[in-house]
Design a binder for this molecule. Structure first.
Ligand code: IPM
Ligand code: MG
Length: 361
């Protein structure tokens, strides 16, 4: 099979981790008889430096022409980088928001898994971490506060900023359907998270999610308020299967969930539209402080590439081969510095990529 992939190396550690993911993909292509066609585009700070904007129309077109997009990470140090002296619509993150919107990537899947081998990294008490957990946050990605009307005005000498939170039922329905569909392939439980005790958008969210649930009688649905969910994630993370939530809540809860695993360098993500097209990226950021030192953990990006094979190309066996390679590296005791523990072998970014490529079977 021919796979047309647009790559966004991005900023910070992005180029290093994408290079390792390509290495692993090439190993899969060699073993399973596929041909990878990569085209790189610039986004974020790299694009600002080259073109003065965080994402060009040409780059969007190149992404649209591919079957899937594999991304590293974008952005720099917000206090020291000159990119953050620019107006908000020209900063690195604006490129990410623009590509999500332009490609209609409304469904963001963020799995948070506690690997048995890395249970020691979990910051929770052992009696909680012992149970392990495997959840997936299904975050709405192209609506809500992120894309509502916003402005800053001055009224009678008082500065005032306004951000609007809007959802219509079609936006809620399509992400709810994605949530239930993925729950059907997992443990068949959806926890829909909202703030229905305060927000109208949440009350509509709840109603529409209940309507969608009628089509999935096998799936157990529960509703949870977002503040309670934040607590439950540290109190009893094993209770969750699929967490279905809106854009802003999903942004915050997915960071919390990843922290609870203790190994954010391991967590992949996928952002999908209504077809097979998707953008795949690690859940972590661009870590400018460790860029170029060959110490970043490429596993989250490698696992994002596995998600890409599964969701955009229906190559389940190949995706599993990557996941098995990651597990083997962990079981054999190889660790990048972020997940290093006593008795293990510390390796750099490139070496981890080589090991994973070699373990693909
Ligand atoms: C994320 C990030 C982005 C978001 C930022 C970089 C705009 O935090 O992907 O979670 O808030 O969506
Ligand atoms: Mg975030």
């Amino acid at each position: 099979m021919d796979l047309k992939i647009t790559c966004i190396p991005g900023d910070g550690i992005g180029p290093e981790i994408v290079a390792e993911a390509k290495k692993v993909l090439d190993a899969v292509a060699g073993k399973y008889g596929h041909v990878m066609h990569y085209t790189d585009i610039l986004m974020g700070g790299a694009s600002i430096d080259a073109y003065g904007v965080p994402l060009t129309d040409e780059a969007i077109q190149t992404a649209k022409d591919a079957d899937a997009v594999l991304m590293g990470s974008i952005g720099g140090d917000t206090t020291t980088s000159p990119w953050y002296k620019l107006p908000p619509n020209l900063r690195p993150e604006a490129g990410l928001l623009a590509i999500r919107k332009a490609l209609n990537l409304f469904a963001n899947l963020r799995p948070a898994v506690l690997y048995e081998e890395l249970a020691g990294a979990c910051p929770l008490k052992e009696e909680i971490s012992r149970a392990g957990f495997d959840m997936l946050i299904m975050r709405e990605l192209t609506g809500g506060l992120y894309f509502g009307e916003r402005k800053t005005v001055e009224e009678n000498g008082i500065r005032k900023a306004i951000d609007t939170l809007t959802y219509d039922e079609t936006e809620i329905r399509r992400i709810a359907i994605k949530g239930f569909e993925v729950a059907m392939k997992r443990k068949k439980k959806v926890t829909s998270v909202d703030k229905a005790n305060v927000l109208d958008s949440s009350r509509l969210w709840r109603k529409v999610v209940e309507e969608v649930a009628k089509d999935y009688p096998e799936v157990t649905l529960e509703h949870m308020l977002v503040d309670n969910c934040a607590m439950q994630l540290v109190k009893d993370p094993a209770q969750f299967d699929v967490i279905l939530t809106e854009n802003m809540f999903g942004d915050i809860l997915s960071d919390e969930a990843s922290m609870v695993t203790g190994s954010i360098g391991m967590l992949a993500s996928a952002s999908l539209n209504d077809s097979k097209f998707g953008l795949y990226e690690p859940s972590h950021g661009s870590a400018p402080d460790i860029a170029g030192k060959d110490i970043a953990n490429p596993i989250a990006t490698v696992l994002s590439a596995a998600m890409m094979l599964r969701y955009s190309f229906d190559l389940d066996k190949e995706a599993e081969a990557i996941e098995a390679a990651v597990l083997k590296a962990l079981q054999e005791g190889y660790r990048t510095v972020d997940i290093m523990s006593e008795g293990c072998t510390q390796v750099g970014c490139k070496q981890m990529g080589d090991l994973l490529a070699g373990f693909v079977n």
